[in-house]
Design a protein around this ligand. Structure first.
Ligand code: UD2
Length: 308
């Protein structure tokens, strides 16, 4: 895989789950800077050899310092909680949308390529699955609206100002390093519950489906986006495979040999029923292929949780 080499790279949110994996992949051959306010990120996740700028993207001086002389920006920093965005839409907009626009402006000044973390949340409740990039977009949360705005901006900054941008619409990312918490991904929550023999809380009947994409494949998609000639584009990043949340819970119980019971709680408000990426565009344009199956990925993830 052709990798960026000898570039000055900024990873916003580089102390978080996805950003820190990207930093680890890139730090050996590049000068990597991480900008993170350590709200949900952790200092310990930032790999050695990286320069950590602790601060907020919304602070003008910090942004200027972080973007000075950069060639390439991976923008992973965000307020990642969908529920949090429902509770505080203005804060979500400020961080997820306005601050991203400020970053695009800085990227214009530096003539730096931006690879943007967009999200499947922009599609809202899909009319059909698998979801193609051109399908209708009716985000169901402020978070989804903010991600849709910046996904649009990324493409318009390419048409209007010739800025090189690629938006990656992540489906459900998981893997080692995704810390379990109230607002983190379901796999991290279920693994944590299973390992501690606590009951596993499936929301609703468990018949909802998701397209889970392992962190290594997310990183690969980002590396491809950093070097592709297809700029001004937006791509789904998933696997094209789905599993129901009930099956997922059963698999995690089995693999961890857990005594946990699977319990059903009330369905979550606004929960999407089915989500599945059509990945043909990223396959043909960027040559991306998902390489880690759910069972392999779960094994690696569970091993990591056991070590925590
Ligand atoms: C994920 C992302 C979100 C957005 C979206 C795009 C996370 C945390 N959220 O939302 O940021 O990008 O994808 O489509 O990665 N569930 C349970 N029990 C639990 C927790 C969750 O049953 O304890 C269910 C939940 O109701 C949902 C499914 O698991 O049906 C996945 O939930 P999630 O919060 O991991 O992710 P999702 O798809 O809502």
């Amino acid at each position: 895989m052709s990798q960026p080499i000898n570039r000055t790279i900024l990873i916003t949110g580089g102390a978080g789950f996805i950003g820190s994996h990207l930093a680890t992949e890139l730090v050996e051959a590049n000068d990597v800077r991480v900008l993170d306010n350590l709200t949900s990120g952790e200092r310990a996740k930032v790999p050695e050899g990286t320069t950590l700028i602790e601060g907020d993207l919304r602070d003008e001086d910090t942004l200027e310092r972080a973007t000075e002389d950069v060639d390439l920006i991976f923008h992973e920093a965000a307020l990642v909680s969908v529920q949090g965005s429902v509770e505080a839409p203005l804060t979500s907009h400020d961080i997820n949308a306005t601050a991203t626009l400020e970053l695009f402006e800085a990227a214009r000044r530096e003539d730096a390529r931006v690879v943007l973390a967009s999200s499947a949340a922009i599609y809202g409740h899909p009319e059909q699955v698998p979801i193609e990039e051109s399908d209708s977009k009716t985000p169901a949360s402020p978070y989804g609206i903010d991600k849709l705005a910046i996904d649009h901006y990324a493409r318009r900054y390419n048409d209007l100002y010739d800025l090189e941008t690629v938006a990656l619409r992540y489906f459900n990312a998981y893997g080692p390093g995704q810390t379990a918490g109230d607002y983190s991904g379901v796999i991290s929550i279920f693994c944590d519950q299973a390992i501690n023999d606590e009951s596993i809380t499936v929301h609703g009947d468990g018949g909802q489906t998701r397209d889970f994409v392992f962190i290594d494949d997310i990183v690969k998609a980002n590396i491809k986006a950093a070097t592709t000639d297809y700029v001004g584009m937006a791509y789904n990043v998933g696997t094209g495979q789905t599993v129901t949340i009930q099956e997922l819970a059963e698999t995690i119980v089995e693999v961890t040999d857990s005594a946990s019971e699977i319990t059903h709680t009330e369905g979550r408000d606004g929960d999407i029923r089915h989500s599945e990426a059509d990945i043909s565009a990223i396959q043909s344009d960027l040559g991306y292929e998902p390489t880690v199956s759910l069972s392999e990925g779960l094994e690696q993830t569970i091993d990591w949780y056991r070590q925590q």
